[in-house]
Write a protein that binds this ligand. Sequence first.
Ligand code: ADP
Ligand code: MG
Length: 136
Amino acid sequence: MSNIEQTLSIIKPDAVERNLQDQIKTEFKNKGFEIVKEKKLHISKDEAEKFYKVHESKPFYNDLCTYLSSGPIVVMILQKENAILDNRKFMGATNPQEAEVGTIRKKYGISIDKNSVHGSDNLENSKIEIDFFFKD
Ligand code: ADP
Ligand code: MG
């Protein structure tokens, strides 16, 4: 049975700053993801705090929100069979140093905070995150 899903992907400020967005988009397309919608934007710290609310209690929350709002990002809806889990696998571990060879974070990530991409971690969050950026 087919299980076409959509997930939210973000190309984070460190990657946009290095002008890697086209290369990363090509990586996703080559892996079979369709980019259904995309936009480039620069969010405020308040918006970043709302987006990352689940991490509110973490020691890195403030830095994380400052970082995500520090420069332009590219947000995308990615679609394919099992998109949510496959995107998580293709992104690699949160810490690029621990990410497997061939993953986006291994290739492009700089550090645990500047790890180049975000991806929804489950079906419920994918819907919330897609709505966050694309509800009109
Ligand atoms: P992921 O992005 O892999 O889903 P998390 O949801 O756990 O990871 O964390 C969200 C983001 O917060 C990470 O992508 C990373 O940029 C940042 N982060 C996570 N853990 C740390 C940490 N220990 N120190 C600094 N930043 C962190
Ligand atoms: Mg996460």
